[in-house]
Ligand binder design. Structure first.
Ligand code: MN
Length: 342
């Protein structure tokens, strides 16, 4: 993974971690660094948890090592980098970690689950005989409390095949922007439900990260599961711009758009070494509604007969598409974003 050039500043430290007793001081120092960078209390606690997980791994799986941390600034955004360097173990442990997903141990194998969930970037570098280097970064979020719910409406309709729904939907609103999406856990029932739900929580926790990063995070999260397919749409600048990315079989369509919406379909399953999505950016000035649905809805539905629906509440549109075209053989979900009619 390419790492952008960043500049370091004063908030940094280095701890040698050989036994469990070394973990406490290291995680306290990381927590203090997070506080002085300006992370809110809840995130400071989460960052300390990340440091604790990394340091504990050094004791449990490596022959000890070092925990390093430092402030970073990238494109004007401040953040904290935490690095764990172990002296041994190396590649064998990492391979085990990647095969052993949260389905069996509640984390990315050797316990990188919290690190992946609570940070924005995670990189694992391992070389034979050189130990393992785990680098993670967490960026400060700049969230103003302005809500665009007045201008835009989001509607969802979903129907599970079994008791637990293997589909899930993302809805995150902040400033003048929002992120929505549909996630389909491969298969049905409890395992599909867990994978889709964990992915949704990851996406909502990383809503302002670059799309490619969000997809990489979900890919890591879902290793060891049957995987998920996912499509995300992020609306920026009071919804005049649309950014769309998708991996696997999730359908997206604009209703009443002047120009056809060209999303790039990437085959693959997140968690099973999916390719990176192509991120499509376009102006969203002409369109009235965006419809995203899982493959539990027949993709051959036509716009005929649906134009009149565009005047309706997006939840009604979603229910209508689901009722007309949903299959009974799969979880089926429709998400609609529509401009509010005044
Ligand atoms: Mn499905």
């Amino acid at each position: 993974m390419a790492v952008q050039v960043t500049t370091a500043s004063e908030v940094e430290g280095e701890f040698v971690v050989r036994e469990q007793l070394d973990v406490g001081p290291a995680l306290r120092a990381v927590g203090l660094a997070a506080k002085s960078i300006g992370f809110p209390a809840k995130e400071c606690a989460e960052i300390a948890l990340v440091a604790s997980e990394l340091a504990t791994n050094l004791v449990k799986h490596g022959a000890g090592g070092k925990l390093l941390f430092g402030e970073e600034v990238r494109s004007g955004q401040r953040g904290l980098r935490i690095e764990a360097l172990d002296d041994g173990g190396g590649i064998a442990e990492i391979e085990r970690a990647q095969q052993d997903g949260f389905s069996t141990r509640g984390g990315l194998g050797i316990g990188l689950g919290a690190v992946n969930r609570l940070t924005d970037e995670l990189e694992i570098v391992s070389g034979i005989g050189r130990g393992t280097r785990v680098i993670c970064r967490k960026w400060l979020q700049n969230v103003r409390v302005v809500n665009n719910a007045q201008r835009w409406q989001i509607g969802v309709a979903s129907r599970p095949k079994l008791l637990q729904n293997g589909d899930d939907t993302v809805m995150k609103i902040w400033d003048d922007d929002f992120l929505v999406g549909v996630i389909d856990g491969v298969g049905h029932g409890a395992l599909a439900h867990q994978a889709a739900r964990a992915s949704r929580l990851y996406v909502e926790g990383h809503f302002d990260q670059p799309m490619a990063m969000i997809f990489q995070g979900v890919e890591r999260l879902c290793r060891g599961t049957r995987g998920v397919v996912m499509a995300l749409a992020r609306f920026r600048k009071a919804a005049s711009e649309l950014e769309f990315a998708s991996v696997g079989n999730i359908e997206a369509r604009l209703l009443c758009g002047d120009a056809p919406f060209k999303d790039v379909v990437r085959r693959g399953i997140l968690g099973l070494r999916a390719p990176q999505p192509d991120v499509v950016k376009c102006a969203w000035t002409c369109a009235d509604a965006l419809v995203i649905h899982s493959d539990g809805v027949d993709a051959r539905w036509s716009l005929a007969g649906l134009h009149e629906l565009v005047r309706l509440d997006p939840t009604v549109i979603a229910q209508e598409v689901l009722a007309r075209h949903g299959k009974l053989t799969d979880d089926a979900t429709v998400l609609v974003v529509a401009r509010r009619r005044s």
